[in-house]
Design a protein around this ligand. Structure first.
Ligand code: ATP
Ligand code: MG
Ligand code: MG
Length: 556
């Protein structure tokens, strides 16, 4: 199948289905709507929705929205769009953890009544001191032994807005001496007067992530709750919450390793900083490792799913080179993108023996393996453009392209010989005078082999296009993991590549005139390009973004 195979989570699921522990599986993808999704989320989406697909189960989309200040509707909308664009559909309506705020509150009251939760007055700083360290047990808060009645009263008054933000919390009463710091009386509610994108101003107390997540999974009858490895040590707390709240679901949490991409960043918070500090044009800037940025760059859902399959699922480190991502995207586009010719760095070629009426054009297929993509006419005129670097006056050894006195095949057209080089006052080559072999349209020349084939466009027929060329956004492999001499992290923004984008004018075959946005093409011998999703407008100069080159040039 098209999803990552044979990983340990699939083994667990297959055992659970075989043993009858579960009749069907239910997964969920639980993003916090505090930014746009990135390539790491794509891995998690393909995992969760992919498992539901493979095992005939269901996958929910749930917004984990417990931090009102950082969350908003724009992020909710973009997340839905990105999941669907990747090719997945969640079960029913999207869920919101905030839809469970009433239940979460009632369960918290229940925990207080059972003596399993208490209201604490310690400040955040005091709480840190009381928590202890890895090697040293924590200390009980002086408020830990409040009576159930007092706790119930205080918690209601917290809810009713009687106390200042941050002045009180509700904590689980578990074990301040636990070897697992997450079990040292974790906070499950805090006071925060903040407008919430979903519940408005209804609440001034908000539940914490661990509590909310476990309860939400149980409410939704999630069977396999998949998250990244940093939550491994939270699992005992997750299990505690499931065991101590009146939920029917019995979800189990499993952890896999987070995807990291070299020369990139996979953290919404840091990507947000790139946006707010204007280092990029927005979350969907084609240089961003966001799903919407990669979409705008021309990556396909199929290419991203192929990438997710290739990186696989495991518990070992998952740091991946950009070439793996680009390789998957390239591989998929090779078969799916029609082809045309465009010249990015033109040099003028005058055809000295062009004869109107006699010099013919040819029709050429848009893809060698896809007849159904159709054909177009490839017209020729007395002036054509070729790439500057397809000509060398003094060619290196093994040169197959054009040189003075040499011949090349013009792709889909004639064999052409260079007879004369025209230079300007500085000795720069500004024009080539060439002649066509009129007996070579659609056939090989007599008595000699012409090895080189180059792309070109007819000056008279070509359409000028805007092309944005991209390079890596960062100049180092791990931009957010570089330490300076003082041992402190260097700001990752210090490693932004100042030359990550270049805009040029190029010339393309006139088929580019009528393209809709997000039309993906191979420019022969160069790479894959896409008409910009937002700035390409029919009737105006076409705008293309370079998706990826034909060859891997990351290693260079
Ligand atoms: P970020 O730090 O970028 O905000 P997060 O883990 O806080 O990441 P969430 O919105 O909470 O982001 O993530 C939703 C789901 O996506 C979670 O289940 C999380 O484990 C998964 N996820 C996030 N980043 C990655 C990653 N780099 N690799 C794999 N899965 C990821
Ligand atoms: Mg998170
Ligand atoms: Mg986060």
């Amino acid at each position: 199948d098209q999803f990552a195979e044979n990983h340990f989570i699939r083994t667990i699921i297959e055992e659970d289905l075989q043993s009858g522990k579960h009749i069907a599986i239910q997964t969920r993808f639980p993003p916090e709507p505090n930014g746009y999704l990135h390539i790491g989320h794509a891995k998690s989406i393909c995992l969760n929705f992919g498992l539901a697909y493979v095992y005939d189960g269901k996958c929910n989309l749930r917004f984990d929205d417990t931090n009102p200040e950082k969350e908003n509707q724009e992020y909710v909308d973009s997340i839905k769009e990105d999941v669907q664009w990747l090719g997945f559909q969640w079960e029913g309506e999207p869920r919101y953890a905030s839809d469970y705020f009433d239940q979460l509150f009632d369960f918290a009251v229940g925990l207080i009544k059972e003596g399993k939760a208490y209201v604490d007055d310690l400040t955040a700083e005091e709480m840190r001191e009381y928590r202890g360290t890895l090697t040293e047990a924590g200390k009980n808060s002086p408020y830990r032994e409040r009576s159930i009645e007092e706790n119930l009263d205080l918690f209601m008054r917290m809810k009713n807005g009687e106390f200042a933000d941050g002045s009180k919390t509700l904590r689980l009463k578990i074990d301040m001496a636990s070897g697992n710091i997450n079990l040292r009386d974790p906070v499950i509610y805090r006071i925060r007067r903040a407008h919430h994108h979903n519940t408005g101003d209804k609440w001034c107390i908000y539940p914490m992530y661990d509590y909310t997540h476990a309860v939400s999974d149980a409410i939704e009858n999630i069977t396999h709750s998949l998250c990244t490895l940093e939550f491994e040590s939270h699992r005992p707390l997750y299990d505690w919450v499931v065991a101590n709240t009146p939920v029917t679901g019995k979800p189990h949490q499993y952890e896999f390793s987070r995807l990291e991409l070299l020369y990139s960043i996979t953290s919404k918070r840091k990507l947000n900083q790139l946006v707010t500090e204007n280092h990029v044009s927005g979350w969907n800037d084609p240089r961003m490792p966001t799903i919407s940025g990669m979409r705008r760059r021309g990556y396909t859902p199929e290419g991203l799913r192929l990438f997710a399959k290739r990186v696989g699922i495991s518990k070992s480190e998952n740091i991946v080179d950009m070439s793996v991502l680009e390789g998957a995207v390239r591989e998929e586009l090779e078969n799916s993108a029609p082809r045309l010719m465009a010249v990015l760095n033109p040099i003028k070629v005058t055809l000295t023996n062009f004869e109107a009426g006699k010099t013919q054009s040819r029709s050429a297929a848009f893809h060698p393996n896809h007849e159904e993509f159709g054909e177009r006419d490839v017209p020729i005129s007395p002036t054509i453009y070729i790439e500057q670097d397809d000509f060398a006056e003094e060619p290196p050894k093994g040169w197959k392209r054009l040189t003075l006195g040499g011949e090349v095949r013009l792709r889909h057209s004639y064999v052409m010989k260079c007879d004369e080089v025209v230079k300007d006052a500085n000795g720069q080559v500004v024009e080539l005078k060439c002649s066509l072999d009129h007996d070579t349209l659609g056939k090989n020349p007599e008595g000699r082999k012409v090895k080189g084939v180059i792309h070109w466009v007819s000056a008279e027929h070509a359409t000028p296009i805007k092309v944005r060329l991209y390079d890596r956004l960062f100049t180092v492999e791990r931009p957010d993991a570089v330490r300076g001499d003082d041992g402190e992290y260097v700001p990752f923004t210090d490693f932004l590549n100042p030359n990550s984008m270049q805009e040029i004018t190029a010339y393309a075959e006139s088929v580019v005139n009528d393209l809709p946005p997000e039309s993906r093409w191979q420019f022969e011998r160069i790479g894959y390009f896409v008409t910009d999703r937002f700035e390409h407008k029919q009737g105006e100069m076409p705008v293309f973004n370079k998706t990826v080159g034909l060859k891997d040039n990351w290693q260079a």
